[in-house]
Design a protein around this ligand. Structure first.
Ligand SMILES: Cc1ncc(COP(=O)(O)O)c(C=O)c1O
Length: 461
């Protein structure tokens, strides 16, 4: 079963014409033309993929490229689309907000800001007060600023294999190569390696990196008493799905309490995808501060930073020198707030039904993939949390980036992803990137994905 199969998935969208990209235009020509004016060739440089593709439409569970080919989408724009692309309820709320004069006023406050803040604090255990931003990266930057202000300390601790956005303080050791992690001694901190140039050397004096699930390393670094915050994704979802070992999050909470360090959960990916209350509601470990983004607005730009009242109170500290400024012309933009409010209200009113449905779809995909991979003569391990899923080409469930870097067959992973894309299923073609299921996926989509995977693996073997 190959591309012909996918021509049955639906008709080619008329939206191609509206978007101004001609269906017949060759991908190479478009890519070449765009790279003259777009630095790096793609907006957001981590979107670059090989071979290059030009997309013109996304709707529900599907993507269409400029040549009219349709894909079942599991990339979901790096995960915001919990309800699927172009969700009618969310879009309706957005259009209604625009038409009713809910413009960006930028002075004082508005009723819609009050509503969403209350909804968020009601839904997420660790949120007593919040601020809205336009992205996860901004939310993370503010969380670190708040933690530093509240503790009077400068150092922040990050996870190897964790991604917390593009800000300077968190742009270190995202996925160090196997040659480096192999030499790393468990229980210690990593030598810092920024993943971008342009970061002043002085920043590294205030950053430490430890391995996820390595409590001893966290204990050692935090015990020095100079750490403002340790920030982590409670499940590492930028290297697939790497879950905390039993007791790890609880252990971090205890070390933070003992050392006066802020525990920050970066729930930009886990938040709302796994539970209305975030992964903190599932784990029962409540951080001091949390950040959210992505699924909260189903594709509209929104970030949230929030946490304990006494920390968030630094936003209005009576001493101007201790006050934390959170500023942004577009913070709380009514269009994004309308989208996020619609998402939150839907999750709240149909919480059990929605998460059960996502679990059911996820479990169906996991079971099917397990079956087709088990027939191969190389190891593959499938890890899933609800609607987030990853296939590792290794013989056990990974517990850290070190584990992935040393055991996962990245070349096989990339070949598999590229072959799946050719066959009409879009997993982002970079090794270990997590795949996301949405409410727009049907059982039929999942079953077709499994059939196509089987077909692709037969050809890859
Ligand atoms: C866990 C996590 N934190 C922060 C960010 C940054 O969010 P944004 O891309 O909205 O700035 C991301 C983005 O992928 C993320 O996955």
């Amino acid at each position: 079963m190959g591309e012909a199969h996918f021509s049955n998935l639906g008709s080619v969208p008329t939206g191609n014409q509206q978007s101004g990209v001609k269906m017949t235009q060759s991908v190479t020509e478009t890519v070449n033309r765009q790279s003259q004016f777009i630095a790096g060739g793609t907006m957001s440089t981590n979107r670059a993929i090989t071979p290059p593709r030009v997309f013109v439409r996304a709707m529900g569970a599907y993507l269409w490229d400029a040549e009219g080919k349709k894909y079942i989408d599991y990339h979901a724009g790096f995960a915001p689309y919990l309800f699927g692309h172009g969700d009618p309820e969310v879009d309706e709320a957005v259009v209604k907000a625009i038409r009713s004069g809910a413009s960006l006023i930028g002075a004082g406050t508005t009723p819609w800001e009050a509503e969403i803040s209350e909804l968020l604090c009601d839904a997420v255990p660790g949120l007593e007060q919040i601020q809205l931003t336009n992205s996860g990266s901004e939310a993370v930057s503010y969380a670190l600023r708040l933690a530093r202000a509240a503790t009077g300390r400068d150092v922040v601790v990050l996870m190897q294999g964790g991604y917390n956005g593009w800000a300077d303080y968190v742009s270190y050791n995202l996925m160090d190569p196997a040659s480096i992690v192999a030499e790393h001694e468990p229980g210690t901190e990593y030598k810092l390696r920024p993943f971008t140039s342009g970061i002043p050397g002085v920043i590294s004096e205030t950053v430490r990196v430890v391995e996820f699930n390595d409590l001893e390393a966290a204990e050692r670094v935090l015990s020095r008493g100079d750490v403002a915050a340790i920030i982590l994704e409670p499940i590492l979802q930028n290297i697939g799905v790497v879950k905390p070992l039993p007791g790890y999050l609880e252990g971090l909470r205890a070390i933070c309490d003992r050392t006066g360090t802020m525990l920050i959960f970066d729930e930009v990916k886990t938040g709302f995808r796994h539970a209305l209350g975030g992964y903190q509601a599932i784990s029962g470990v409540i951080p001091d501060l949390s950040t959210f983004g992505k699924a909260i607005a189903n594709g509209y730009p929104m970030g949230v930073v929030g946490g304990k009242r006494e920390i968030m109170a630094f936003c209005a500290h009576p001493d101007p020198e201790r006050r934390v400024v959170i500023a942004g012309t577009y913070n709380g933009h009514p269009v994004n707030v309308a989208a996020a409010t619609a998402v939150l209200k839907r999750l709240k009113s149909r919480e059990a039904e929605i998460y059960e449905r996502l679990e059911k779809l996820g479990s169906r995909l996991e079971t099917g993939l397990r079956e087709v991979f088990s027939r191969r003569n190389y190891p593959a391990t499938i890890v899933r949390q609800g609607s987030a899923i990853a296939v590792y080409f290794m013989d056990h469930v990974p517990t850290s980036w070190r584990d992935v870097a040393m055991n996962h067959d990245s070349d096989r992973d990339v070949s598999y992803r590229r072959a799946m894309i050719d066959a009409g299923v879009f997993h982002f073609p970079v090794a270990t990137k997590q795949s996301s299921i949405s409410l727009a996926h049907s059982e039929e989509d999942i079953d077709r994905t499994i059939e196509i995977t089987s077909d692709v693996l037969n050809r890859l073997n």
